[in-house]
Design a binder for this molecule. Structure first.
Ligand code: PEP
Ligand code: MN
Length: 358
């Protein structure tokens, strides 16, 4: 389960919600010829505000059974509690997924895990709505501890108050770190919930493939504008087919010796630059400590907001002409600044010796 092949990722597609039996079957029949691996549809819908369409519940489960009978597609739905797990399994749903609003709550995830004891059905765990990697990993561990052997992670982006072009900020560094910590865990990108629109779906899907994700989960609907939930981000099976044909599936590696040698040389250069950066950062910290000593002698506080703003503004300008984004400059310099403050604090507290070598 959840394995890509040489020419395409593992594909999950289907409507945000199973609205009616006809709509569910129409989407499934539109997708089946594209050879997708799993048909998704929301049956219980966790909605942000009351009054929105909250799904048809268990009444929609026979529709999914019909999807499987008529198209041969395996099916997946979101479950948010133990009762929903029992209902889904009763109707032969092949894969369960835990939604972002459920992963945040260890009680709910544990309840689902308890309901899964002794039933080895594959489960996908979406990232929690908040950017908390440990909470995501905790959810995965709870499901694995229940004896589920086929677990995958779905990256659907993270809520943020700040407006951006994405509905849910991808924060790619979080799934990259998840991959580092759990190298064998299949990772699937839900480009629909990251984007919240149709225009950026391809770009986000491509980015996920270039980061070696196993698969994609994409919302599709025969009449997206009229969808009862997430209308703005759904695409027709036809448009979905076009998106798939435009995706470039690159190989993870090759044994071509010339490629490997060139790559090795370039990596060596990167390693050298990284070492230079570390040496420069260490040098910068020594200067920060000197300033700390100076401030200590003159009884001046550590944080100087005006100076920090000035550094940032100047760096944004300098970064732009060097093709470095404001976002990166801000993250990088904030980390450097925080470290400097820590060094200065140690000086103030007398834990850094006077005249340490530079
Ligand atoms: C969904 O997949 O339709 C859904 C509700 O997703 P999420 O849990 O990512 O918000
Ligand atoms: Mn949705």
């Amino acid at each position: 389960m959840f394995k890509k092949n040489a020419s395409r990722p593992f594909l999950i597609a289907g409507p945000c919600s199973a609205e009616t039996e006809e709509q569910t079957l129409a989407v499934a029949h539109g997708l089946a010829p594209l050879g997708i691996d799993l048909f998704r549809a929301g049956v219980w819908k966790p909605r942000t505000r009351p009054g929105a369409f909250e799904g048809n519940g268990a009444a929609a489960l026979p529709w999914l059974r019909r999807v499987k009978a008529e198209t041969g597609l395996r099916t997946t739905i979101e479950v948010a509690n133990g009762k929903q797990v029992y209902e889904a399994l009763k109707f032969g749903i092949d894969v369960l997924w835990i939604g972002a609003r459920t992963t945040v709550n260890p009680f709910s995830v544990q309840e689902i895990a308890d309901a899964l004891q002794g039933v080895d059905v594959p489960v996908l765990v979406k990232n929690p709505v908040n950017p908390d990697l440990d909470l995501w990993i905790g959810g995965i561990e709870r499901i694995r501890n229940a004896g589920v052997t086929q677990v995958g992670a779905v990256h659907r982006g993270f809520s943020s108050y700040a407006k951006s072009k994405f509905r849910n900020a991808p924060y790619w560094e979080i799934p990259i770190e998840l991959r580092r910590r759990m190298p064998d865990l299949p990772l699937i990108c839900d480009n629909s919930h990251i984007c919240g629109n149709r225009e950026d779906l391809l770009e986000v899907a491509q980015q996920a493939l270039d980061l070696n994700y196993e698969g994609l989960m994409t919302e599709t609907h025969c009449d997206p504008d009229q969808a009862w939930s997430d209308a703005k981000q759904q695409i027709t099976p036809f448009v979905y087919g076009e998106l798939l044909s435009r995706l470039i599936v690159r190989r993870e590696t090759t044994d071509n010796p010339e490629f490997l040698e060139n790559l090795e040389n370039l990596r060596h250069k990167i390693d050298e630059v990284d070492l230079e950066l570390l040496n420069l950062l260490a040098r910068r910290m020594r200067f920060a400590e000197d300033i700390g000593r100076y401030k200590l002698r003159n009884n001046i506080s550590i944080l100087q907001t005006a100076r920090w703003n000035e550094i940032l503004e100047k760096a944004f300008m300098q970064g732009r002409s060097r093709d470095l984004s404001d976002e990166f400059i801000e993250k990088f310099l904030s980390a450097v600044h925080r470290e400097s403050i820590e060094h200065q604090t140690k000086v103030m507290q007398g834990t850094v010796a006077e005249g340490q070598c530079r």
